[in-house]
Structure formats: C-alpha cells, structure tokens
Design a protein around this ligand. Structure first.
Ligand SMILES: *[C@@H]1O[C@H](CO)[C@@H](O)[C@H](O)[C@H]1NC(C)=O
Ligand SMILES: *[C@@H]1O[C@H](CO)[C@@H](O)[C@H](O)[C@H]1NC(C)=O
Ligand SMILES: *[C@@H]1O[C@H](CO)[C@@H](O)[C@H](O)[C@H]1NC(C)=O
Ligand SMILES: *[C@@H]1O[C@H](CO)[C@@H](O)[C@H](O)[C@H]1NC(C)=O
Length: 190
C-alpha cells in the first residue's frame, strides 16, 4: 500500500508544480489586458431646452413624470425625466470649438432621493480623423467627481471596441448647460 500513497503524493506534488508555479514564477496572468490598448479624451456639451433657447438647445426633455412637464426638469432630483440629446463633441473644453462628432442618445433620472442618472448614447464620428461610432451605457451617479460607464461596442474605426469611459462633469450652468469630459479606455481593440 505504501508505494501507492507515495505515488499519489508525487502526483499531487507534480500537479501543484504544473498548476501553481507558472503564476508564482511570473507566468500567464489572469487578466492580460490590464492596460488600455487605446485611449481617447473628448468633451461633449449639452444645452438643454428650457422654453427660451430652442435655437441653441441640443437636448430636450421628452418624458416627464405625471407631476412634471417636458419644459423644465421635475423636482425630487428630476426623477422620471427622460432627455434626448444630439450634442457636439469637441477635443478641448470649448463649446465653440469645431465639433469632431456628435454624442447622440438619452439620459434618464432614476432616483428620487439622490441625483443620479442612467446613460445610453453613441459617439458618432464622420471626420478625417475618425469614422464610425462608440457605444456607451451605464449608471451615472452624478454627485461623484468621476464615474465609470461601460463602452459596450463600436463600429467603423472602433469595430468591436470595448472598455470603460471615465466621465467627469467639467462645467455646468444651472440646469441649462453641462460639459462632460469623457476619458475612454478601450481594453479590446481590433
Ligand atoms: C413645468 O414645471 C415647472 C416645475 O418643474 C414649473 O415651474 C413650470 O411652470 C411648468 N411649466 C408648464 C408649462 O407647465
Ligand atoms: C460622412 O461624410 C461624408 C463626406 O462629408 C458624407 O459624404 C457622408 O454622407 C457622411 N456620412 C454620414 C453617415 O453622415
Ligand atoms: C462614488 O464615489 C464614492 C466615494 O467617493 C465611491 O465610494 C464610489 O465607489 C463611487 N461610485 C462610483 C460608481 O464611481
Ligand atoms: C447657448 O447656451 C449656452 C449655455 O447656456 C451659452 O453658454 C451660450 O452662450 C449659448 N449660445 C448662444 C448663441 O446663445
């Protein structure tokens, strides 16, 4: 019986060497793509319609709770408001810089007691620098200085791209204007 036990122990030790050691010796790591394969920084500018700025507005409330309306954001942290936007994207933080694309999609306010939103939108590019789109989705806890949302895919120059985008509110003017800095880190590039 004794040799059998020794054989088992030897087998176990061999398995331990094969399975346990490569990682300990700096072999393959569980997350090989911890550094982004591509990084892009943009700003986008949201001018929300407020009843007086229809020439200037690039966003509008299209849905409101029964106690609100589609002209002004509702009380209780805008809970229930749904906004559609077609916002210019710029390379710097100047609203008047030549846009390089459009941020198109929606945000909705989804919590009564905290100021927070949910975002679903695309960056649509049609310039000499970039052609194609990047698609974003995720929760946007607005009171955080920075928030991460998912980059869930892309087309054209951004075919099959995935990653994370760090959002930062770079500026705001009341409930009419805000500017987001979007730091896109792609971890999957084709
Ligand atoms: C819309 O709601 C706001 C309050 O959220 C109110 O001040 C405003 O008068 C309302 N406007 C209309 C047209 O009902
Ligand atoms: C992109 O720009 C080109 C050249 O200006 C234009 O011909 C084309 O229709 C545009 N495509 C889209 C999807 O806007
Ligand atoms: C928001 O910020 C708080 C505190 O700074 C942090 O604990 C939390 O993880 C952040 N949440 C998100 C979604 O970034
Ligand atoms: C458009 O709205 C923004 C934000 O309120 C403001 O800074 C800008 O001056 C406006 N532009 C025009 C042409 O009215």
């Amino acid at each position: 019986m004794l040799p059998t036990i020794q054989t088992s122990a030897a087998t176990f030790f061999l398995l331990f060497l094969l399975v346990g050691c490569p990682a300990a010796l700096g072999g393959p790591k569980p997350h090989p793509h911890r550094l982004p394969c591509k990084r892009l920084v943009f700003y986008f500018h949201d001018v929300l319609y407020n009843g007086h700025n229809s020439n200037n507005a690039t966003a509008t409330i299209v849905g409101a709770p029964a106690w609100g309306n589609t002209t002004l954001l509702a009380g209780q942290n805008h809970f229930g408001d749904l906004v559609i936007f077609d916002d210019p994207i710029t390379l710097d933080n100047n609203l008047r810089s030549t846009p390089v694309g459009r941020a198109q999609g929606f945000y909705l306010y989804d919590k009564k007691d905290i100021f927070t939103a949910w975002l679903g939108f695309s960056f649509v590019f049609n310039s000499t620098q970039h052609k194609g789109s990047i698609n974003f989705a995720g929760a946007d806890p607005l009171m955080n200085k920075t928030r991460d949302i998912s980059v869930i895919g892309g087309t054209g120059d951004f075919f099959m791209s995935r990653g994370v985008a760090t959002l930062m509110t770079d500026a705001f003017e009341g409930e009419v204007y805000f500017r987001l800095r979007v730091d896109i880190k792609l971890y999957e590039c084709w």
